[in-house]
Design a protein. Structure first.
Length: 140
């Protein structure tokens, strides 16, 4: 798997925004705005200052992160390349491709992160140890 450039598969998706004098409305439709069937939705909120979330990878799970309020940084690592994506707009979704190590930090006060997933929760899909992740990617 090493060197296959999977980090480039992760990208910002511009979601529809309907704006008028009453405010803004953004919507998400599976297989239209999201490149997968949505099987699970969860959200992170009340994250304490200085806390880090995630710190794992998924073998097959696709995700879309939407920062509904506030801001946060998503650190991405494919075993070779690394990048940080700053999320702070509710009309942007960040698509996370399977096989990417990630952690989330720098949560602003009152931030809310909505996560749409392609599968139900399955502990066997997680890689929670970074050395195991590097071995999985074939770059250790």
């Amino acid at each position: 798997m090493s060197g296959d450039g999977i980090l480039e598969n992760c990208k910002i998706l511009d979601l529809p925004a309907v704006l008028d004098a009453r405010g803004a409305l953004t919507f998400v439709e599976q297989n239209n705005h999201v490149p997968f069937d949505i099987k699970r939705v969860y959200y992170l909120y009340d994250v304490p200052s200085g806390a880090t979330r995630a710190a794992h990878a998924h073998k097959g799970l696709h995700q879309l992160y939407i920062c509904l309020s506030g801001s946060m940084d998503v650190h991405l690592d494919d075993g070779v390349n690394k990048k940080i994506v700053h999320l702070n707009r509710p009309h942007y979704g960040f698509y996370l491709y399977p096989g990417i190590w990630r952690h989330i930090d720098n949560f602003s006060s009152n931030s809310v992160l909505l996560v749409l997933t392609s599968e139900l929760y399955d502990e066997t899909d997680y890689i929670r140890d970074y050395d195991d992740y590097l071995a999985y990617r074939g770059v250790s």
